[in-house]
Design a protein around this ligand. Structure first.
Ligand SMILES: Nc1ncnc2c1ncn2[C@@H]1O[C@H](COP(=O)(O)OP(=O)(O)OP(=O)(O)O)[C@@H](O)[C@H]1O
Ligand SMILES: [Mg+2]
Length: 190
């Protein structure tokens, strides 16, 4: 991948996806040796993001926090999202939104968990009323974001999961703007 002059990122297929992933501002890596360690990292990220949102609570313009979760089938995107949502105080079940496309959580701030794997066409997001979800100070966790390319709002943070046999996972967290970079810097010292 390479940055291009307009701030877009040239992806492997040679196309420039301007503004989609945006530029990489900073990157941190973690290894989750097992599921419990993945749950812990998700909880730490949730804590840092909520702190960052709270520190900007007095600002009148509020923007959602958009997190893309990438990785193969079974990499742990839902496991990570579930732990993130529980760390934010949700006590019930967190089911995978594979069929519903989105599951809402009435938390503070609200969380919307998307799984776009079964999305036929990015345009369907418009019919779902995507703008209502990506608004205010919501946190949007999006599995399979590529399926929404062109309509889905850009990411503030991309989490990429890679798995190894035996249950360990490599996590790469990439911030795409200064605010998320500050959040990752906090996470880095926990
Ligand atoms: N270190 C780990 N982190 C996360 N999940 C793990 C880990 N080790 C084993 N697992 C298991 O791997 C599976 C991950 O499944 P999960 O549904 O979270 O993946 P996914 O990336 O959401 O897949 P999909 O693309 O199908 O939505 C779970 O069964 C979980 O118990
Ligand atoms: Mg999943």
């Amino acid at each position: 991948m390479a940055d291009n002059a307009d701030g877009g990122i040239k992806v492997a297929d040679g196309n420039v996806r301007n503004g989609y992933y945006r530029q990489m501002m900073s990157n941190i890596e973690r290894q989750a040796i097992d599921e419990a360690s993945m749950v812990r990292i998700a909880g730490q990220l949730a804590e840092c993001i909520v702190e960052q949102i709270d520190s900007h609570a007095s600002e009148s313009s509020k923007n959602p926090v958009v997190i893309y979760l990438q990785g193969d089938l079974g990499a742990g995107k839902t496991t990570f999202s579930r732990a993130f949502i529980r760390a934010m105080g949700h006590q019930g079940a967190v089911k995978s939104p594979t069929y519903t496309l989105v599951e809402p959580y009435d938390l503070s701030p609200p969380v919307y968990h998307f799984d776009l794997y079964r999305l036929g066409d990015p345009e369907e997001l418009e019919f779902m009323g995507i703008r209502d979800y990506f608004s205010g100070n919501a946190i949007c966790l999006v599995e399979w974001p590529d399926k929404g390319y062109g309509i889905l709002p850009v990411a503030d943070l991309t989490l990429t999961l890679a798995y190894h046999t035996g249950g360990s996972r490599d996590l790469t967290l990439t911030a795409h703007n200064p605010s998320m970079s500050a959040t990752l810097a906090r996470l880095d010292i926990i």
